[in-house]
Ligand binder design. Sequence first.
Ligand code: PHE
Length: 446
Amino acid sequence: MARGDDAFKSGIGVVLTIIGSAVGFGNFWRFPYLVGENGGAAFLFIYIIISIVLGIPLIVSEYLIGRSTHKDFTGAFKSLNPNGKWYLTGYFTILTVILITAFYCVIGGWTLQALLQTIASIGVPQTTQDIQKSFGDFINSGWKPVLLDLIFILISCHVVSRGIAKGSEKFSRILIPTLFFVIMIMCIYSFTLSGFSDSIKFLFSPDFSKITLGTIIDAFGQVFFSLSVGMGIYATYASYVKKEENVVKEQAIIALSDTAVAILAGIIIFAAAFSFGIKPDSGPTLVFIALPSFFAKMPFGSLFGILFYVTLGIAAMTSAISLIEVLATSFIDQFDISRKKACMLIVLIEGIIGAVCALSQVDGININIMGQNFFDFLDFLTSNWMLTIICILTSVFIGWKMDRNVIEKVITQNGRFSKWFIKPYLFILRFIVPLALVVLIVNRIS
Ligand code: PHE
């Protein structure tokens, strides 16, 4: 087998690597603006419930698939269901991951730009209009986002090409603790801002009258996106885990850490927004336009800005690495090629699709599908449809098809750990998850 005996060296390495995947733009960018748009704490409350009731069972499921077979996502389905067609889920996942990686790395490139811009503007006072204009100019230049996207892809692929133990695990073991440390520093700093108490009030005093079906649906989508569910990431990493570990506990730690980072990022971003009169629901532009304006006005803002974009860059890169790992492992196992070759192939594929994505946002270039530019279309198609379909397939497969003994063996690690989780877990997978996801889909269609 081309993957050799590469494996995680430690349990903490597994947890940190998967946290690296989960923590990303979803926490720093999507979560705050969704909280903003959906009336603050009420959204947070629903979000936490969904991540416990549906998120944890789903990530445990993906994990089970990889852990019980030690194969890539497609190969795992093939070996768990040799005569059926479930392996097609694996191919569909590869396609989905190729598309998500393409636009994710484009945003990774924007983060590099925001970092460079913050460094360049040290000592040069800038207004919000200046920042808005320079971000617009950057996007419209066409070549700059393409170049930064490519740099982002190359660095991520380089880490993946080094293998699990020497690449992803080592990278995450250094960077994830650093990320937590920097977030803590920023959080402490945000105490000193005038908007801090408004931020806490906004996030933690719920207005339940604001909850609508739409809020719940947004929360669903966000839980999946933020936990990186539905992309075979957990299965892929789990296929490199050889030691015995408490799977349920590990996955719960991962889900909690991801939510904790989202809340801390929310506190920081809203404290910043309220202090400088930026609207908390100013949408996705919050991170790339509103925050730089804030950094431009605050004392030692450049320093804080650099810290923030470095953090965001780390978070984004560890997530991109996990996506690329799914592709690399699939190519290694399916085509029986070396890791290096697999990574070169990924640079080529993602470089091309990413360039189309980035160029589709340039004014005057029309690369539109169904009335949206290619970038927005990919985001819409993958987050709203493809991921949901993969989640339904995975939960139905585990809930209804997979051998119960295999499930029990992985969850209890041959009887070492308690099996209380299995009953409620299977109930949720069999009934609640598919039902919830179908409601979600019906709602999107109607
Ligand atoms: N979970 C990541 C985030 O919160 C997003 C992501 C999605 C990462 C898919 C990898 C795969 O940003």
